[in-house]
Design a protein around this ligand. Structure first.
Ligand code: 8YV
Length: 309
């Protein structure tokens, strides 16, 4: 009998096939009666693939040894609870850096040049009557990065290729990084043209991009939100976009995804993206393979490729 694992939500076909080839997989998201399934699996499940795991689920699976999160961000896993129960937790870092960096620059250009509106303008036949209004460029502007981690560094490289100046703020200065460091986020927001949020989710970054930070960024400043919607005061953001006291925002992450605030839909100074940062065939296949590799390593007693706990 192969090791029994619980899959918490739908995963990529390639990942599901690889899991099924190695493990007895129980799909929680397909269970007609989740509690009945969990009760039946109580003493058998040793691993989880997916996400959204808190102490309640951990306590229903006392034999649980490892949670392999599908994603680099593991804010849906209660890592403290896992640690207290000697449960390992892994994520999928690095394999998504390029995909994230590409779309971030893409969303910045889309916002600066109003690409969605321009596409719409042509489809509506308006071009025959008038040229599309002049827009803005990235080169010569300053990008302030909140969260100069693995993904942030890849974005910084590409922003430099766009002839942008890059500065950053984070918990601490990184001496090996050539960029100017700001120890106060609000001061960085005051000095930059673009503010990129690519910090992890969770309590530590909750609403760190506050109303005051957005006000410092101001009516000619642009926000790019690529990390987690929770790190931004979304109510303040919406109000300031409506009042045009903030220049604009390109957003891939939101509060309450996918049921985001419909008031955003009417705004002309935003570009909206459905949390697709890592959503490419190439990258998601690599993320899935890393989920499987972490489970395989654990059950083989080998070091974990990407452990967070
Ligand atoms: C995931 C992400 O797709 O990796 C992350 O942290 O946000 C995305 O790449 C998302 O977590 C879905 O599982």
């Amino acid at each position: 009998m192969s090791v029994e694992i619980l899959q918490t939500h739908k995963l990529l076909a390639s990942c599901e096939e690889a899991l099924a080839a190695r493990y007895t997989v129980h799909k929680l998201h397909q269970a007609a009666d989740r509690e009945a399934l969990l009760a039946d699996l109580r003493d058998r499940v040793r691993g989880i693939a997916g996400g959204n795991v808190g102490p309640e689920l951990m306590d229903k699976l006392p034999k649980l040894e490892i949670i392999a999160n599908f994603g680099v961000g593991y804010d849906t896993i209660d890592t403290a609870a896992a640690k207290a129960r000697s449960i390992r937790v892994t994520n999928t870092p690095d394999v998504l850096n390029d995909a994230m960096a590409e779309i971030t620059i893409g969303l910045m250009i889309a916002l600066a040049r109003k690409l969605p509106q321009a596409d719409h303008y042509v489809r509506q036949g308006k071009w025959k009557r008038a040229t599309f209004p002049l827009q803005a460029e990235l080169n010569g502007k300053t990008l302030g990065i909140l969260g100069l981690g693995r993904i942030g560094k890849e974005i910084a490289l590409r922003a430099q290729a766009m002839k942008m100046r890059v500065v950053y703020h984070g918990r601490h200065r990184q001496p090996d990084e050539p960029f100017v460091y700001y120890d106060k986020l609000i001061e960085m927001a005051r000095d930059v043209d673009w503010l990129l949020a690519i910090a992890p989710g969770g309590k530590a970054t909750e609403k760190v991009i506050s109303r005051q930070v957005l006000e410092a960024l101001g009516p000619t400043g642009y926000l790019v939100s690529m990390g987690r919607g929770t790190s931004i005061d979304q109510a303040a953001l919406l109000e300031m976009l409506q009042a045009k006291t903030l220049g604009g925002a390109a957003m891939d992450v939101f509060e309450n995804e996918p049921d985001i605030d419909p008031a955003l839909f009417a705004l002309d100074n935003v570009v909206l993206s459905p949390h697709q940062g890592s959503a490419t065939h190439q990258t998601r296949n690599k993320m899935g393979a890393l989920v499987v590799a972490n489970l395989d390593a654990h059950f083989a007693g080998d070091p974990l490729p990407s452990a967070v706990v």
